[in-house]
Design a protein around this ligand. Structure first.
Ligand code: MN
Length: 317
């Protein structure tokens, strides 16, 4: 979510080979009284990785005496949100009645389906440091009207190998599979590397992949990577090697290249301009499609619609 959202349209043209593309982040303010984030997806040069269509990275930042995270109730359609923390705590509340304190190493997965509203806030007495990522996964056509739901996964599978600890967030790495319900072939994992660690992760060659260093520094397929940019790795890989001289935390994302054209605007993942106009109007008049978040009176107004029609652009330049 941002103050003045820009139109983002995605359509499918996947890279057919393994590549290295370094995608630099751009800084975005989440709202008038809240934190700055690094936006990595959608990126001008690469709008999605599999069904992963949105990636914000934030922190580590101090939340003592500052605003911390303050995102009032706002709507989503057509996507799942993945809230993932490296440190700190975030309180999630939504219009299907969920209220969940999110902690590092635990997956909070919200399926918006046909419509949901939620709020994300730093708790009253948070740990001093907040550091994490906010991800969206686009729902394919046949699933995008599923009823809204929320699930929390505190017992994700963890694999230890070569000084690395691999936490499978969604999908699977080798034989280790997350129980989170996803709607397209996808993977997300956090790899914690000890100093001097080296590990080869098995990959599905039909997937495209990307890697983001969250802490420390690492090499990914031989490419030196520090916190900041997202390394896009393309498709056609059966494995990837990660190594680190110092302790590092790396996020791996992948998925089958998403074959459907999307129109993303503000918090909505839709299929065309008219759907965005409709859902914008429904949020503005408080349509029951989104429900109410308990104990939250404030709600985030939608920004004005763009004056031009939202239209398709290539997925990659
Ligand atoms: Mn949200």
């Amino acid at each position: 979510m941002q103050v003045r959202p820009q139109e983002t349209v995605c359509n499918a043209t996947a890279t057919a080979d393994p590549v290295h593309e370094v995608l630099e982040p751009r800084e975005v303010q989440l709202g008038p009284r809240t934190i700055m984030v690094d936006r990595l997806l959608p990126h001008r040069d690469r709008r999605m990785i599999g069904a992963w269509c949105f990636l914000d990275s934030y922190g580590p930042l101090s939340v003592r005496g500052g605003p911390g995270m303050r995102v009032p109730p706002h709507p989503h359609i057509g996507l799942q949100t993945v809230t993932w923390l490296v440190s700190g705590e975030v309180l999630h509340a939504d219009s299907v009645g969920s209220r969940q304190l999110v902690r590092p190493g635990e997956l909070s997965l919200m399926t918006a389906g046909r419509g949901i509203a939620h709020a994300e806030e730093s708790p009253a007495a948070p740990p001093p440091e907040l550091h994490g990522v906010q991800l969206w996964v686009a729902l394919p056509n046949e699933s995008r009207d599923v009823p809204p739901s929320f699930s929390h996964h505190a017992d994700l599978p963890v694999v230890r190998d070569g000084g690395a600890e691999i936490t499978v967030i969604v999908g699977s790495v080798g034989d280790a599979r997350s129980t989170a319900r996803m709607f397209s072939p996808i993977v997300g994992a956090q790899i914690d590397l000890a100093a001097g660690a080296s590990v080869r992760l098995p990959l599905d060659p039909a997937f495209e992949h990307g890697a983001l260093v969250l802490r420390g520094s690492s090499t990914v397929d031989g490419e030196g990577l520090v916190a900041g940019p997202l390394l896009y790795l393309g498709t056609g890989r059966t494995e990837v090697e990660l190594a680190a001289d110092e302790p590092a935390v790396v996020l791996l994302l992948g998925g089958e290249p998403f074959a459907e054209e999307l129109v993303m605007w503000w918090n909505f993942v839709a299929r065309d301009h008219d759907e965005i106009v409709r859902v914008h109007e429904e949020w503005e008049r408080g349509d029951e499609r989104f429900g109410d978040v308990p104990d939250h009176d404030e709600r985030l107004p939608a920004p004005p619609l763009p004056t031009t029609r939202l239209r398709a652009r290539p997925r990659a330049r």
